[in-house]
Design a protein around this ligand. Structure first.
Ligand code: ASP
Ligand code: CP
Length: 305
């Protein structure tokens, strides 16, 4: 069954096919809609808040002619509040839908769901673990904006410890040759050792740079992240980590003319609003690439292609 649980499961070939399919979907979106998933149902189970992931998955399903059932605050409004286990919820919902999109606050929740589901489970983020469909749309953004997914220098900035999109994106980039990773993180939120080991064992060159100005000069992509307040044990620890790295006009001046700024969003103060006007600010375009990418994933999962 076509579950999407970890970005590690994707081979380079598979990623390239998905990028091509997402390209086809992007072109189709400008020409109209498709009915390829007519009569099919996607269940969106979100145990954590979301704007982009849930709404772009729902849009993708509608654009393919399918239907959506959803619980957007499942922690409170599903029977989880009565004590039902995730496994039982999935056993039930997998009898209603053809595919389940799950966001959960616990690392490993998507894998547990996949074990008991009769239909494909697509992870929309599991705690501080991974966010594989975001990584695929990030890869598609790089492909569309820069024109290649190899021979790239990517600076990962901010909360590399709890930022699940970062972990999944590193796993996907590790499939491609010529990847150089610059980790620019506060001491309190470094890139997890296992993520670094995974990348280096696959030929990625990893360096650590505390000065964002230095990283900005070298990178093709500045991948900024939000410091994940909800994952810290104390407010004090969060306060120590926030605002360490801010992309503002001084960073724009140092970046290459063909480099881009990405962010999975939502952003707080870590990219100043004045940066939005610069054509190298790719983060809002990045959100829109989520629709064709999730159309490609849904089509694969439901049609078993
Ligand atoms: N939206 C992304 C996530 O859910 C990043 C973030 O929340 O900062 O992982
Ligand atoms: N990028 C992302 O996952 O956004 P949401 O948390 O709004 O879904």
């Amino acid at each position: 069954m076509y579950h999407v649980i970890s970005a590690k499961a994707f081979t380079k070939d598979h990623l390239q096919k998905l990028l091509q399919e997402a390209n086809t979907m992007q072109n189709m979106l400008t020409q109209g809609a498709s009915r390829v998933l007519e009569g099919k149902i996607m269940a969106a189970l979100f145990f954590e808040p979301s704007t982009r992931t849930r709404l772009s998955f729902e849009t993708a399903m509608h654009r393919l002619g399918g239907n959506v059932i959803s619980t957007e605050n499942a922690r409170e409004f599903s029977s989880a509040i009565k004590g039902e286990t995730l496994e039982d919820t999935i056993r039930v919902v997998s009898g209603y839908a053809d595919v389940i999109v799950l966001r959960h606050y616990e690392i490993g929740a998507a894998a547990r769901a996949a074990q008991v589901s009769q239909v494909p489970v697509l992870s929309a983020g599991d705690g501080a673990g991974e966010h594989p469909t975001q990584a695929l749309l990030d890869l598609f953004t790089i492909y569309r904006e820069i024109g290649r997914t190899e021979d790239l220098t990517i600076a990962m900035i901010g909360d590399l410890m709890y930022g699940r999109t970062v972990h999944s994106l590193v796993y996907m980039l590790s499939q491609f040759p010529g990847i150089r990773l610059i980790c620019t993180a506060p001491q309190t939120t470094p890139m997890p050792v296992d993520v670094i080991e995974y990348a280096t064992s696959r030929g990625v060159h990893v360096e650590f740079e505390q000065d964002l100005h230095v990283a900005a000069k070298k990178a093709d992509v500045l991948y900024q992240t939000r410091v994940q307040k909800e994952r810290f044990k104390t407010l004090e620890q969060y306060e120590m980590s926030r605002d360490a790295y801010i992309i503002d006009e001084s960073i724009l001046e140092l970046m290459g003319q063909r480099s881009i700024i990405m962010h999975p969003l939502p952003r707080l103060g870590e990219i100043t609003q004045v940066v939005d006007q610069d054509p190298r600010a790719a983060y809002f375009r990045q959100t829109h690439y989520g629709v064709p990418v999730r159309m490609a994933l849904l089509k694969q999962a439901v049609m078993k292609e």
